[in-house]
Write a protein that binds this ligand. Structure first.
Ligand code: NCD
Length: 331
């Protein structure tokens, strides 16, 4: 796709080209990659490509969502995702409001349903929801008329992170089909792992979950992943290695003897990197615990796509908000 011309027009033509191939974006909400078809995922990626160059201009704005209101409803901490949604909405010319759950009437006993219906009554078009309980964005979507986008629900899914990871892999490797992707670490507690898995399998990649038995349960095999507990034995086969943080906030018991032991067996050290393919793409959703899941030299090294992921997150979130809002206005 060309990188010149009006991005909104290009995003509309990406959508129109898909329509001609009978892929229409029908969804008002984006709640999980598990719910999407391969064609729908490709449509988001192509639409994101059309928006990519908005961020490189001196005036970083297109009028696609002018006059629309986006509310960020984050009930859990976030640095990258929240800022990325704010900037993406602003680049589409939407008005953006940040709702801080900690200083809201939820602390006075108001239910989530009442809170979101009151927020919606102020004329909101898109709600971006992060919550520590899996399924909360779905619950909210059933109770409001506006678009709802899941920005991470418990251990369940983080669809825009999955999309930006897949977008980055496609951008660097030129394809997803046939790619060998490793997802390494605290798979059991990771919504990023689940969204990556669903999206990558639909697009034809091979996915291997790597980690200790306590963090990589057999259940992932039923979802279509391969499983490996010895990183060194399998590392050389991967085109992409996506490292995960140990989600200490979701772990209640001891799942490995010590952090040093975990890091020695599953951390991506400079030494371990020597066994990987020379052009392996190293990824991490952030926040990175340097020296635990990944050495600082690897995070900042030539194979790392960590900051590229963050940059791509903007275009992907612009595409998701644009498509969902279009579907809502067309229905
Ligand atoms: C992830 C999340 O919150 O699920 N981070 C992110 O959104 N960039 C992963 C994590 O917290 O480790």
């Amino acid at each position: 796709m060309s990188t010149t011309g009006d991005p909104v027009q290009k995003a509309k033509s990406a959508a129109a080209a898909s329509e001609r191939e009978s892929v229409v974006w029908p969804h008002r909400h984006l709640l999980a990659l598990e719910d999407l078809t391969a064609d729908e995922i490709r449509l988001i990626l192509d639409t994101a490509e059309a928006f990519e160059d908005v961020s490189t201009r001196s005036v970083k704005k297109v009028p696609a969502l002018r006059g629309r209101v986006v509310v960020n409803l984050f009930f859990e901490d976030s640095t990258r995702t929240k800022t990325s949604f704010v900037l993406a909405a602003q680049r589409l010319s939407a008005d953006v409001v940040d709702f801080s759950a900690k200083s809201s009437s939820l602390s006075k006993g108001e239910s989530i349903r009442d809170t979101v219906r009151n927020i919606e009554a102020m004329g909101v078009d898109l709600l971006i929801v992060r919550h520590h309980v899996a399924g909360t964005p779905h619950l909210i979507a059933r109770n409001v008329g506006c678009c709802v986008i899941n920005a991470g629900d418990g251990r369940h899914e983080h669809p825009t992170q999955g999309l930006l990871d897949i977008y980055t892999m496609r951008q660097v490797k030129g394809r997803i089909e046939g790619l060998e992707v490793a997802i390494v670490g605290d798979v059991a507690n990771s919504r990023v792992a689940r969204s990556n898995l669903h999206g990558l399998l639909k697009l034809g990649a091979e996915v291997t979950m790597v980690g200790p038995t306590t963090l990589v349960p057999r259940a992932f095999e039923k979802m279509g992943a391969r499983i490996a507990h010895d990183f060194d034995r399998v590392i050389e086969q991967f085109d992409v290695i996506n490292m995960l943080r140990i989600q200490r906030e979701r772990i209640s018991s001891n799942v490995f003897p010590s952090l040093q032991e975990y890091s020695r067996l599953f951390g991506l050290s400079a030494q371990r990197m020597k066994r990987a393919k020379p052009d392996v793409l190293v990824m991490h959703p952030g926040p990175i615990n340097r020296g635990i899941e990944m050495a600082a030299s690897v995070a900042d090294g030539a194979n790392s796509a960590v900051l590229r992921q963050v940059t791509n997150g903007l275009a992907v979130r612009m595409a998701v908000m644009f498509l969902c809002k279009q579907a809502a206005e067309g229905s």
